[in-house]
Structure formats: structure tokens, C-alpha cells
Design a protein around this ligand. Sequence first.
Ligand code: A3P
Length: 322
Amino acid sequence: MASTEGLQAYEEDNLLLSLPKEKGWAARHLCLFQGFWCPSAFFQGVINFQKHFQAKGSDVIVATVPKSGTTWLKALTFAIINRQRFSSSHNHPLLTSNSHELVPFLEFVFHVDNIQDKLSHLSNMTEPRVFGTHVPFPSLPKSIKESNCKIVYICRNPFDTFVSHWIFANKINPHSMHELTIEETLEKYCKGILGFGPTWEHMLGYWKESIANPNRVLFLKYEELKEDVNFYVKRVAEFLDCPFTEEEESNGVIENIINLCSFEKMKNLEVNKSGTFDRNFEKKHLFRKGKVGDWVNYFSPAMIEKLSKTMEEKLGGSGLSF
Ligand code: A3P
């Protein structure tokens, strides 16, 4: 007789086989699951995350659109939350670990066979636990939606997100990218075909939730963070119920966090310059220019028209603009 686990695995394999598929670009194979394009390689991880993750009320989830500032927001959130545990700027974990190692993606954490070991490891982690995810809001596990845990979300102007993603995909996936021009890739992007896309749906899911439940979801934009990082570091701390004290402010704690997580600082750390991330891609590819508006160097007038029109169609009237 088949074991329960064996039966579940069989059903999940069948489900995966039945889903619509597309060839991706950064993620090579995508399947349409619950309305979003899930990288097939992480389908199992997403299912396990949905089924098994037990949120705690003190958890913090850093939710993001890929290539919109995830690495930065994970670092800032980790540093803000743990500022009393790691007050010295000489031996801070962010100096020796990449922020994705300190704040792991839950869909990747659950991309394992031995769920029980993973669950006991997670339940023993120091609280508050900080995790990341690219999973769209409607597909988050019930346990996150029903707990009091906080979600900090970041997205970015789709023009810059697309360019950042396109260049990243070319670096990590040169073989399949050679088959696609930038114009063809933009076509796919506008149709929503990319890992965890459509981007519009992703942004709107968290946007609506941030309006309905402002104490649960804090909605940030990369451009705003760049413009006034000091303001947003304080905003994140307040949102997470750990506001900076006057003493901390006058002791330069905020500035120390901003400097520790700055693009230049992170990009030039040995831990981020060398080595691969999960044996998958080189960590240095996570740091490119870190600038707003670099898209002007890549978009033709036809591409500008295409993406502007799509954004108008998809985001018009939502109150979300860039
Ligand atoms: P560019 O490709 O435009 O340079 P993600 O972390 O979601 O993958 O997003 C990657 C983008 O964030 C890249 O943008 C990268 O350079 C930028 N980035 C990485 N670390 C950053 C930091 N500490 N501050 C600002 N931007 C950062």
C-alpha cells in the first residue's frame, strides 16, 4: 500500500503535469499555478510552504517582486529587527553573510524532502524570525494570513525592474537568453510571463492588502527608499513595533544601519563579491548599479510605448503609480 507521503507526492506530480506551461527567461520553466507563473523548479517548495509553514505572530515576512530591491530590504529589515542583538558594526552578521542567507525565501526553504526536520529547525529559530518570499499575496499560506505577523513589501518601477531582471537573466542564464531579444523578453514581461508574475497582479495583491490592513502590510517602493532611506528605515521600525528611541537616534544607530546596508558597502563585501548562492548563481550578480532610471539606456521608443500602455491597462485606476 502506498504511504500517505507517497500518495501526496504522486498527486503533486500529477498536478504539476496538468498545469499550463511556458518557457521562462530568468527561470527557465514556468507553470501557471493559482494564477501566477511559478518557476517549475520551485513548485514543490511553494506547495510545501503553503501546506506546512506555521507562522508565529512575531514573524516578519519580507515580500517582494523579483529584482525590485529584495537583497536591500532583507538587509535593512534584518538589521533593524536585530539591532540590539548585533549592536557592534564590527561583527555584524551582514558583514559575513549575504542577506538572502540571513533572511531565507520560504519557498526555497521548503524545497526539501525532509519536511519534519525543516519544521523543527524553523520552530527553534530565535524570534522574531525574518523570512522572505516572492509568492503573491493570495497564495501565501493561510497561517500567515491568519496570524498577526507583519509583511514588509517592496516593488519598483517596472521599467527599471524589467531592465534589472533582463540583465540578471543574461548573467545567470546566458544560454536560454541568447534565444530571446530584449524586445521579445519585454513581450513576455508585458504578458506577465516571468517567475512569480504577472508583476501587476503581484503588486496589486499586496497594494490592496496594505490599504485594507495597514498594520499588517507595509507597501514600499524602491524609488522612495532611495529618495529618503532615513525616513523609511524609521517607518519600517515603527511598523514592526520597534521604533528607534531618541537615544538610538542621537547615537547614530539609524545611520549605522543605512551604511551597513548601502549598495556600495554590500557590493564590496568579500562575502558578496565571491561565491555562489545556493550553488545556483554568483552572489555578485545581485549587485549591479543600484540606481533609479537606468532603463533609459535600454528602452527604444517602441518598448517605452509597449510597457507604458501595459502599465496603464493593468494599473490604471488602482491608485498605484510610478
Ligand atoms: P539594478 O539591477 O538596477 O542595479 P533584488 O535584490 O530584488 O534582486 O533586486 C536587485 C536590484 O537591487 C539590482 O538593481 C541591484 O543592484 C539592487 N540592489 C542590490 N543591493 C542593493 C542595495 N544595498 N541598495 C540599493 N540597491 C541594491
